[in-house]
Design a binder for this molecule. Structure first.
Ligand SMILES: Cc1cc2nc3c(=O)[nH]c(=O)nc-3n(C[C@H](O)[C@H](O)[C@H](O)COP(=O)(O)OP(=O)(O)OC[C@H]3O[C@@H](n4cnc5c(N)ncnc54)[C@H](O)[C@@H]3O)c2cc1C
Length: 295
């Protein structure tokens, strides 16, 4: 048997720096050891799936094909046999989005037990984004450089001021659990986060996606990179079949429009038969993915 993490990361810590002070570190995985004739944890997914199918002969190709079949048909329980444990350092406002994924186990540092370190996230000057007019929840474009520099300086001064007050409160005897109320949302926190592969892929679907806030997306991308050598075939299948990656999910209106376009030999996607403006925009985005409109 071989130790999987040291096999895949022989020369370095399985850790990726994220934002200005954060990181994602792969602490452990299950299976942590694999048979000498295997190269990744993918075989454990196929092995679990074979519990429900006839055993029969098994080749490497069979395993890979079986995983691709499972992925295409949402037969996800074999993916739950694989688990990952991460150590993550993350700004609190990103952690608030992350914690909405309820199917993981979390243990977070305590601001009641210890003093919060003075470490906060400040966006880079060229990453101070403007509000999107189309997507009320998103960003588009960036603030011009000179103005952005002023705002970044203001961010920094404000956060330093907040931490100064935090320490003054602690020095004057205020309990840590209350003094922390003045620290900003971009303060870094840390946690251990354990999740199975099925639920992790759901997390990656949503948080590697362009609709997710950039500050959580860079963490999700780091998670993805760390697990890629551990389950390469599964991630290849996920990339090919997930509607959030290279696959696509169409609504009934979109299927009807696509049928019309094909039957009329049209080259343009046209409009779907709904009043809702947002659905029209979403159809346009899908039409781009289908190649009707240049990206
Ligand atoms: C781009 C984006 C914008 C968002 N905006 C907002 C927002 O404005 N406001 C907001 O509050 N949230 C927002 N969210 C969070 C979002 O609504 C989900 O809470 C979050 O993405 C977790 O998804 P989930 O529930 O599918 O995942 P998980 O909690 O990991 O659950 C995984 C799956 O398990 C099942 N499940 C888990 N718990 C239950 C349950 N109690 N009952 C039934 N099924 C369950 C569901 O099938 C679920 O999909 C946003 C998320 C994204 C990605």
């Amino acid at each position: 048997m071989k130790d999987l993490i040291s096999l895949k990361y022989p020369d370095r810590e399985p850790s990726i720096d994220v934002l200005d002070h954060g990181f994602v570190r792969l602490v452990d995985c299950m299976p942590s050891r694999i048979p000498d004739n295997e190269e990744s944890a993918d075989h454990a997914i196929a092995e679990a799936a074979r519990c429900s199918y006839k055993r029969g002969t098994k080749t490497t190709r069979d395993d890979k094909m079986l995983i691709r079949y499972l992925m295409r048909h949402n037969h996800t329980s074999p993916l739950e046999m694989i688990e990952f444990k991460f150590h993550i350092k993350i700004p609190i406002f990103v952690a608030r989005q992350w914690i909405r994924h309820r199917t993981a186990n979390v243990n977070e540092m305590s601001g009641r037990y210890s003093e919060m370190p003075e470490e906060f996230y400040i966006p880079e000057v060229n990453n101070l984004r403007t509000q999107s007019k189309v997507n009320t929840q998103g960003a588009e474009g960036t603030i011009d450089a000179e103005k952005a520099q002023t705002i970044v300086n203001q961010f920094t001064a404000e956060c330093e001021g907040d931490f100064k007050l935090y320490r003054e409160f602690l020095d004057s005897g205020v309990v840590r659990e209350q003094a922390r109320m003045v620290i900003p949302l971009n303060t870094y926190t840390e946690w251990y986060w354990k999740i199975d592969l099925h639920n992790l892929l759901h997390f990656l679907d949503l948080r590697c996606d362009s609709h997710a806030q950039q500050e959580i997306r860079v963490y999700a991308d780091a998670v993805l990179e760390l697990i890629r050598p551990i389950v390469p075939w599964t991630l290849e299948a996920w990339q090919d079949y997930s509607p959030y990656r290279d696959g696509l999910m169409l609504t009934g209106f979109e299927v009807a429009q696509l049928r019309k376009v094909i039957s009329e030999n049209q080259l343009a996607p046209g409009k779907i038969d709904v009043e809702n403006k947002l659905e029209q925009i979403e159809w346009t985005q899908k039409a781009k993915k289908l190649g009707f409109i240049a990206e």
